[in-house]
Design a protein around this ligand. Structure first.
Ligand code: HEM
Length: 450
């Protein structure tokens, strides 16, 4: 869209509903801070590193998750770590932090490889040149990784039913209507509301069964034996500062939060990485060479040794950040880069824009993983690259996701030729996460690599 073209309301709403990515005009990729008048508030599109630091770190207490984001997250997620604020957020984050400590994440390496072996087996059985939707395959893979790691197979007994229910759930919560965008309260009935309620009810039934099974198993374990997985921490670990344990609503919401936040995001990171490597023979060859060498080595420190692959993942996260935009709402008046922000002012920080910003990146639209190779990595500004956000609300699963995506990309690139379907139209669609609009149809052929 031409930068001078006004953002008329109906166009804005139509674009927000169809693909919010279309709302970013060329000017946003050049200006550090742009102000847009919306009918319900002023919005500030902030891509100046100092101003980002101010909102997300230095003055983070003055900004809360904004109501639009909350509305999207409302269904079933409202009491989970992604949505809660203040004391409950602090308590939940403290309880769950051990699950994402470096040593724990490294201990998940074998489970991550086991899940990738499952994909390898399935693709290997398809015959040469079979057509697959890589996006759907990656969603299955990342769900399996969660099942085998932070859920330590706590969902195994119900896995198929659970997966179907979850897909139905994501299909309905992903819908954001014009009424939501206009700020009409949730108490006003929406089209499709009945279906959402039925899906939620069905899904909660499965989640409650999983919780009950785990409660039973935990009751049989001595109190000092606490397996390090999400369900156990949610059910057993009291908050160290208050001694209070989590409510059922918090437990349920966090199960959903970790499934949703930890599954589609990483699946998209992998899909975009595979797509970009399919277009870049040089980097594909480098990833293969590294993977052949390192996957044959010890498990210990594997992801740390896959430096080329990791750089490819980080570059894919730059070009196609799965969370394309973060938003906040000001509590009190503030000033950003000399511009006054009133209470309730909406701040949007879009990694999608930031990562392609003309003031911050050289040749921003080019796929060049060397930006993230040791040596050059240090030249990237702390506030110029935010696929996982920054500040107190930074993604708790960042190192988990990077490790998972790096290991899976290395193994799959080494084991398969993945060629984009000739008629494929690959385009990013922002529907909660940034995904390929029409999936990612590719021809898969096993490589003879022993
Ligand atoms: C928060 C991105 C993977 C769990 C966030 C935020 C971003 C993000 C940008 C901050 C949102 C904000 O400030 O408004 C990503 C990306 C991922 C990824 C790009 C994959 C490539 C994961 C994984 C998990 C996870 C694997 C868990 C297994 C969460 C949770 C939060 C969060 C619980 C909320 C943290 C809090 O508010 O304290 N993520 N994420 N994410 N992420 Fe991730």
């Amino acid at each position: 869209r031409a930068p001078e073209e006004p953002l008329r309301l109906f166009r804005l709403l139509a674009a927000l509903k169809r693909n919010p990515l279309e709302c970013w005009s060329a000017a946003f990729f050049r200006e550090p801070i742009a102000k847009v008048r919306l009918p319900f508030a002023d919005a500030f599109l902030v891509h100046d590193p100092n101003a980002i630091r101010h909102v997300l770190v230095d003055n983070a207490d003055n900004y809360r998750k904004d109501p639009i984001q909350r509305r999207i997250l409302a269904n079933g997620l409202s009491d989970g770590l992604l949505s809660v604020e203040d004391a409950r957020w602090e308590a939940q984050r403290r309880v769950l932090a051990p699950l994402f400590a470096r040593r724990t994440v490294m201990s998940f390496t074998q489970a991550m490889l086991t899940a990738v072996d499952g994909v390898t087996k399935r693709w290997g059985s398809l015959g040469r040149g079979a057509m697959i939707d890589v996006a759907a395959e990656m969603a299955l893979l990342t769900l399996n990784v969660l099942a085998l790691t932070i859920f330590s197979d706590g969902i195994a007994g119900d896995y198929n039913e659970f997966r179907d229910a979850m897909n139905a759930y994501f299909a309905v919560i992903g819908r954001i209507g014009v009424l939501d965008l206009l700020g009409v309260p949730q108490s006003v009935p929406r089209p499709g509301g009945g279906r959402l309620r039925r899906t939620m009810h069905y899904f909660e039934g499965i989640i409650d069964r999983i919780i009950d099974t785990r409660r039973g198993r935990l009751a049989a374990l001595p109190a000092d034996e606490t397996p390090a997985d999400l369900l156990t921490l949610l059910l057993r670990a009291p908050d160290p500062s208050t001694g209070q344990s989590m409510s059922l609503a918090e437990v349920r919401s966090n199960i959903l939060t970790f499934l949703s936040a930890g599954h589609e995001t990483t699946a998209n990171a992998l899909s975009w990485s595979i797509f970009l490597l399919s277009q870049s023979p040089d980097w594909r060859a480098r990833v293969r060479e590294e993977a052949a060498r390192e996957l044959a080595g010890p498990l210990e420190g594997l992801a740390d040794r896959l430096v080329v692959t990791r750089a490819a993942v980080e570059e894919a996260l730059r070009l196609y950040p799965p969370i394309a935009a973060l938003s906040r709402m000001a509590k009190d008046a503030d000033t950003l880069g000399g511009i006054a922000v009133k209470p309730r002012g909406l701040i949007v920080i879009a990694p999608y824009v930031l990562h392609r910003h003309r003031l911050l990146w050289e040749q921003p639209d080019a796929f060049d993983p060397s930006r993230f190779m040791p040596g050059r990595r240090g030249t990237i500004g702390r506030f110029a690259y935010l696929p996982f956000g920054i500040g107190p609300r930074i993604c708790i699963g960042a190192s988990f996701a990077l490790q998972e995506a790096t290991i899976a990309l290395a193994a799959l690139t080494q084991r398969f030729d993945l060629e984009l379907a000739p008629d494929a139209k690959v385009w990013p669609l922002q529907k909660i996460t940034l995904r390929p609009e029409n999936g990612l149809p590719m021809r898969v052929t096993p490589r003879d690599c022993g």
